[in-house]
Design a protein around this ligand. Structure first.
Ligand SMILES: Nc1nc2c([nH]c(=O)n2[C@H]2C[C@H](O)[C@@H](COP(=O)(O)OP(=O)(O)OP(=O)(O)O)O2)c(=O)[nH]1
Length: 146
């Protein structure tokens, strides 16, 4: 039977930029970019798991989970990864991570240039399309002013 791994990730935005983290080389999917988070433990709610991971990994103790961005299951190296990513508000940017060797704040346009873990691509695509829909097109706002 194929194993399904339940994983949660945080989409953290500050000043219009999104935090992407690169997994340390020795980890599964080493060298790939991801949203910080981790596995959901048995009996744990996804939001609870995300709060725990953000505290453990990034020392973020006051994270606020806002809404689900996307949840998708993707096959990666023989494992099904059920990844749910949430918008998360933080009061200060994380400085270091126990699980990552690089952290980068990306504009929407930069997001699609990173080498994301396979399970993250559907999330990144949904995020980009949600953000582009939430922007009022320049032409429309121009006409509305008349
Ligand atoms: N955290 C996280 N993991 C992801 C993402 N995309 C993706 O494929 N994964 C995979 C990599 C791992 O196989 C698994 C999560 O592992 P992890 O190493 O982050 O989780 P953890 O902290 O609970 O685990 P551990 O190192 O304590 O064993 O999900 C993502 O965006 N965030």
């Amino acid at each position: 039977m194929v194993e399904v791994l339940r994983v949660v990730g945080a989409v953290i935005e500050r000043d219009g930029k999104f935090l992407a983290c690169r997994r340390r080389p020795q980890k599964a999917e080493g060298g790939k970019w991801e949203f910080p988070g981790g596995k959901v433990e048995t009996e744990e709610a996804p939001e609870q798991a995300l709060m725990r991971e953000l505290a453990e990994e990034l020392d973020l103790l006051d994270a606020q989970i806002l809404s689900l961005v996307e949840r998708k299951t993707t096959k990666s190296n023989g494992t099904l990864i059920d990844l749910a990513c949430y918008r998360v508000k933080v009061s200060h940017p994380p400085r270091t991570s126990t699980d990552h060797d690089s952290m980068r704040w990306c504009t929407v346009d930069q997001l699609s240039t990173l080498d994301w873990a396979p399970a993250d691509w559907p999330i990144v695509d949904s995020l980009i399309s949600a953000l582009s829909q939430s922007q009022v097109p320049h032409e429309e706002s121009h006409h509305a002013d008349r």
